[in-house]
Write a protein that binds this ligand. Structure first.
Ligand SMILES: [Fe+2]
Length: 284
């Protein structure tokens, strides 16, 4: 029996999160396929170390970058697209999977298709696909949002959300025969920004509004991602980014978000770091 498990937002630049990771990698994960839904770390060296440790521990590791993974923070990359290319080369070298792949059971039978989806957020000024909702008293310039300083696009990338979804297009293979599990860093639907009653009961208090002038919906994701998920006919779609856990079925698709997040967020939510474990999303 194999399991597909998922986690996002490891932010392994933080010591406490790195310690969690060491403990995770000490366990036996040879029957587990890990979906890593972005924001491994901001420091390129740290991203490389984490991917290397995970690929050694798990049967397979699939990865899509989050915004932090694409910060331009060293001489290595002039912009975030170059950073993406460096990450792709790193993944190829380590054996981390970044493209749609059929996974097999222990008898060698095809069991599921895993589809990593690149993505970015559409801001309300850029596209009607933005997941934006107005918020009273917000700072619309997003001056507090670190991507404003740390993300750099080359001139030809005028709509980052569209640019990333276009990268997925040639790889969108729809399987009628096998269950499809897709994953992205960013959110595909606006309602996932908010907890359902069941999620509130299951995951408890997840953060308050510690930055009243910050409107997350401006940078949450894109509805273009949802269109690709529907074309794929995904059974499950995993996402990250908001540092809020979700597990909900909408129109036949199960959406799961399961993060490590920041130590302060775990303390606020009363979550014991030692008890965080990648969430099971599929078993075969
Ligand atoms: Fe993120």
């Amino acid at each position: 029996m194999s399991q597909v498990v998922a986690i996002s937002d490891l932010h392994a630049d933080i010591r406490e999160n790195r310690e969690w990771l060491h403990t995770l990698c000490d366990g036996d994960h040879r029957d587990e396929i890990l979906l890593l839904a972005g924001d491994v770390a901001s420091d390129p060296e740290c991203v490389a170390q984490v991917l290397e440790a995970l690929v050694d521990a798990f049967e397979f590791v699939f990865f899509v970058p989050g915004n932090h993974d694409l910060w331009v923070s060293s001489e290595e990359s002039a912009n975030s697209v170059q950073r993406l290319e460096v990450l792709r080369a790193l993944c190829e070298r380590l054996g981390v999977l970044t493209e749609p792949t059929v996974v097999q059971d222990h008898e060698g039978r095809n069991a599921a298709v895993i589809v990593p989806l690149l993505s970015w957020y559409a801001e309300p000024e850029e596209s009607p696909d933005s997941l934006f909702l107005p918020k009273q008293g917000e700072d619309g310039s997003l001056s507090m949002w670190a991507d404003r300083q740390r993300i750099r696009w080359p001139d030809y990338v005028t709509h980052p959300a569209r640019f990333f979804l276009e990268q997925n297009e040639p790889l969108l293979i729809t399987s009628q025969a096998l269950p499809t599990i897709s994953f992205s860093h960013f959110l595909p639907r606006r309602e996932l920004i908010f907890s359902s009653t069941t999620e509130k009961a299951r995951f408890g208090r997840q953060g308050g509004d510690r930055a009243p002038r910050f409107n997350f919906s401006r940078v949450a994701g894109t509805a273009g991602l949802e269109r690709q998920i529907r074309r794929l006919n995904s059974l499950v779609h995993v996402h990250g980014h908001q540092h809020r856990n979700r597990d909900r079925v909408i129109d036949g698709v199960r959406y799961v978000s399961h993060c490590l997040g920041y130590p302060q967020e775990r303390r606020d939510a009363g979550v014991n770091t030692a008890e965080v474990y990648p969430a099971e999303v599929f078993r075969f």
